[in-house]
Design a protein around this ligand. Structure first.
Ligand code: GTP
Ligand code: MG
Length: 198
């Protein structure tokens, strides 16, 4: 995908703070520290459009970005940060579920998982919500640069089996090496209709 522009629009907690639902939108969701912000930066070829952090649980709001004046990306707060207070963890669920339920222009959700971890309760809960609200999702495993090609293939098979999906539909991604950037853009373009001429 040729990126002509990428800009931060606004942060929101509740629907009346979301920008107008006038363009297709892709959301990015996953455990705290899984690499959501880094993945968005890699997709739009910017080092620092979205703030990344080695301290998990820093993104507490839904952040909206406008890409190529044609689609929105939303960086959802990370879930499952063990040290977060219970009230805050509950707030994540409410914020995310409300967003998925209420956002009429949502084309789909990129669900990120660390290639080294098995999907847990939180990932399954998220996939259940997406299923319930009939929202398409793109499963992606991040930080693939941490493993050899052989290990990557083994983990891909294991994670896909856990998620009950075909291994070939799981995108292997690394923000560091940019592995998976073209494959992910292809899936995003298919769901949003954006950039199909690029
Ligand atoms: P929260 O906003 O806290 O939920 O985290 P996040 O999911 O946005 O993760 P973020 O992109 O901030 O990355 C967390 C840490 O993982 C940072 O130290 C990144 O440099 C590192 N990281 C992210 N993606 C990759 C990757 O593909 N490979 C490697 N090796 N490290 C990565
Ligand atoms: Mg983040």
């Amino acid at each position: 995908m040729h990126i002509t522009s990428a800009e931060f629009i606004t942060s929101a907690v509740k629907p009346d703070q979301y920008p107008p639902a006038d363009l297709p939108e892709m959301a990015f969701a996953g455990r705290s520290n899984v690499g959501k912000s880094s993945l968005i930066n890699a997709l739009v070829n910017r080092k620092k459009l979205v703030k990344t952090s080695s301290t998990p649980g820093r993104t507490q709001l839904i952040n909206f970005f406008l890409v190529n004046q044609a689609l929105y990306f939303t960086d959802l707060p990370g879930f499952g940060y063990a040290k977060a207070p219970v009230a805050e963890r509950r707030k994540w669920g409410q914020m995310a579920e409300l967003y998925i339920a209420a956002r009429s222009n949502l084309s789909g959700v990129v669900v990120l998982m660390d290639i080294r971890r098995d999907p847990g309760i939180k990932e399954n809960e998220l996939l259940d919500w997406l299923d319930h609200y009939r929202t398409a999702y793109i499963p992606v495993v991040t930080k693939c640069d941490k493993l050899s090609k052989n290990q990557q293939n083994n983990r891909r098979t294991a994670i896909a089996r856990e998620l009950k999906i075909g291994a070939e539909s799981l995108i292997l991604f690394s923000a560091k090496t940019r592995q998976g950037v073209p494959a992910l853009w292809k899936s995003i373009s298919m769901l949003t209709g954006a950039g199909s001429n690029a």
